[in-house]
Design a binder for this molecule. Structure first.
Ligand code: AGP
Length: 617
């Protein structure tokens, strides 16, 4: 997803901007750009390139484009195709100012029409160019006003969620940073300031930062920052010290995704030991900001998330209902805001988000916060916007996840939800300490099972199974009960990184329609279950598929012989707590999909059209 960065200070800006954009590359983008005022502060210079950041670096290599104030951008196309013209920075007609922007200016159509009537001509299809022209228009019409009044008049007209940074040729001593909805923070160096949509950009340069409040703007001079609300009132700000972990790239794996698949056992063990200690020290409910006594009365957990995190939440529903006897609802965050909403008493509303920045989830969180209901977020990114806005938070211990395709964050979410259900059950008197201790062990065993399957099937997957299955064009995934969300997750994974068509159905629903798809050309992937009754039903579903000449790939558990006999391809996973079946099977499922995508030559870490952090709704 798009990232914005900016620099003003004693040094040249290019190094920071490119470094920062490289750190934010994992978020996904399709073009990059840079603009600065030249060293003499006379001219606005810029460069843009479609494709990887390296294309921009190569383009700039032979000419020096640098200065003490600069801005940069990686763009994930929303308005208009990925072309150089549409890449950011965008400019006013006379190239007196440059803007980089995240998010969407929702009323750009009407602004564009108004500006056209004033004689403006546009060359790109972007809402950002409209913003640049509107800034120019405001500058031109409000000559005697303070720059802060000018920004107030501009933000009054803008609708949508956005963060932008602008530089003006006439004001080489100034960087303007504006945020509404999307995140933006300012890093404080020695006689220099950095601006970025994600504090990871500041790693190695400063730990001191200002998180700009929502609906605020900053006027940043080389030696001072002035912060304002959208009415133009000066805001006091606090400087936070944040240790942004940044692991330099470079490992022995062929891709980030493979590395992250292999890190899952460690991530799960880190999650279990961290939360064991936090719980023992009474820190868990404090971190969740949920009164311990209220947990006893807790009647509903409402989970909301998108994509892979939504699948983890759907698995979590089983934990809360079966372990903690607490009703759980799971909503797609992208739908939640547009559905009737019935606030419930004795509830906890929990957002799940690896990045803590997904716009749909963030907006749902804001909506629920606005109703004064108790909220919390489960996320992997401590410095994320959701951690700041939710009333409570629990951090995953997965370590940075760079591949667009989420793997270890998914299993860490499952692990943490499993523990949370046990913590609630303990408070409610439904389990005792010995059962909680068993839960830690169960998690450890499932993490071990996950890892053991990776090695066991690696060669088969690489050498024979991936080449074989990469030739198919369509796949159908099925599962029952807690394994159905895993089937959903698998279908999403296959689509995301291999671009193959994947459909998912609850196994019991096959006969209501999807069975018509079955023939030898559509492999059906079944995720088995350890519950004897559910297993029996799955065996029946497998027989129905076989009877129609279907091709069966079965992820089963050791000892499930009926399924094994019917399968064209059978993966055996060690038996674990049945509720941790999805966890135990996740690594193998991810590897299966991974090697198919590799076989097809797909760029697994950066699949086309999707981004790591989706900051638009
Ligand atoms: C997962 O492989 C996807 N890239 C995607 O579905 C992702 O899980 C979704 O965009 C939500 O992201 P979040 O967990 O950071 O909120």
């Amino acid at each position: 997803m798009s990232s914005v960065v900016g620099y003003i200070g004693k040094n040249y800006s290019w190094d920071f901007v490119v470094d920062a954009l490289a750190r934010l590359e994992y978020r996904g983008y399709d073009a990059a750009g840079f603009a600065c005022l030249d060293v003499a502060n006379k001219h606005l210079l810029y460069a843009k390139a479609v494709g990887p950041l390296q294309n921009l670096i190569d383009k700039v290599a032979d000419k020096i484009i640098d200065g003490h104030v600069g801005i940069g951008h990686t763009r994930w196309a929303t308005h208009g195709a990925s072309t150089e013209v549409n890449a950011h920075p965008q400019f006013d007609e006379h190239k007196r100012l440059a803007v980089v922007h995240n998010g969407i200016i929702e009323n750009h159509h009407s602004l564009r029409a108004q500006l056209k009537r004033e004689g403006h001509e546009f060359i790109s299809q972007t809402d950002t160019e409209v913003l640049a022209h509107y800034l120019e228009f405001a500058l031109g019409t409000t000559q005697n006003e303070k720059i802060s009044d000018l920004i107030v008049s501009v933000v009054e007209r803008l609708q949508g969620a956005y963060a932008f940074i602008a530089l003006l040729q006439e004001r080489p001593d100034l960087l303007i940073a504006v945020r509404k909805g999307s995140s933006l923070c300012i890093g404080i160096g020695e006689d220099e300031f950095f601006v970025a949509s994600d504090p990871i950009a500041f790693a190695g340069r400063t730990e001191k930062m200002i998180f700009m409040p929502d609906e605020s703007f900053a006027l940043i001079l080389p030696d001072e920052v002035f912060l304002y609300d959208f009415e133009g009132n000066r805001l006091m700000f606090s400087v936070e010290s944040v240790d942004v972990a940044w692991e330099e790239k470079g490992h022995d794996f062929e891709s980030d995704m493979l590395k992250e698949i292999y890190e899952q056992k460690q991530a799960l063990n880190a999650t279990a030991s961290f939360y064991k200690q936090l719980h023992q020290r009474d820190g868990l409910w404090r971190s969740l900001n949920y009164d311990r006594n209220k947990v006893k009365q807790l009647k509903h957990i409402n989970l909301f998330a998108c994509g892979t995190s939504w699948h983890a939440a759907r698995i979590g529903k089983f934990f809360f209902e079966l372990i903690a006897q607490t009703h759980a609802d799971v909503s797609l965050a992208s739908e939640l805001r547009y559905m009737p909403f019935f606030p419930q008493e004795n509830s906890l509303y929990v957002a799940l988000s690896q990045s803590g920045e997904t716009a749909d989830t963030l907006e749902a969180l804001r909506m629920i916060n606005g109703m004064k209901l108790p909220t919390a977020v489960i996320t992997n990114v401590a410095a994320s916007i959701m951690v700041r806005e939710a009333q409570g938070f629990l951090l995953l211990k997965a370590g940075p996840e760079r591949s667009v395709c989420s793997t270890k964050a998914f299993t860490s979410e499952i692990g943490l939800l499993y523990l949370l259900a046990h913590f609630i059950a303990l408070e409610k008197g439904l389990i005792d300490q010995a059962q909680l201790d068993k839960a830690y062990r169960n998690l450890f065993i499932a993490a071990q099972a996950l890892e053991s399957t990776l090695e066991r099937y690696r060669n088969d997957l690489m050498l024979s199974l991936a080449p074989k299955y990469a030739k198919y064009e369509k796949f159908l995934f099925i599962g029952r009960h807690i394994m159905y969300p895993l089937a959903l997750e698998s279908a999403l994974k296959l689509k995301e990184i291999s671009y193959l068509f994947a459909q998912c159905s609850p196994a019991g629903e096959l006969k209501h329609g999807a069975l018509a798809m079955i023939d030898e050309n559509v492999p059906v992937i079944i995720y088995s279950h350890l519950d004897p009754l559910i297993y029996k039903k799955l065996v029946a579903n497998a027989q129905e598929i076989k009877a129609r000449n279907g091709h069966l790939i079965i992820f089963g558990f050791n000892g499930q012989e009926e399924l094994k006999e019917m399968a064209d391809c059978f993966f055996a996973v060690p038996q674990v707590d049945p509720l941790l079946g999805p966890l135990a099977m996740s690594g193998l499922m991810q590897s299966f999909v991974y090697y198919i995508a590799k076989e097809l030559g797909r760029p697994v870490d950066r699949p086309r059209n999707v981004a790591k952090t989706i900051t638009v709704e």
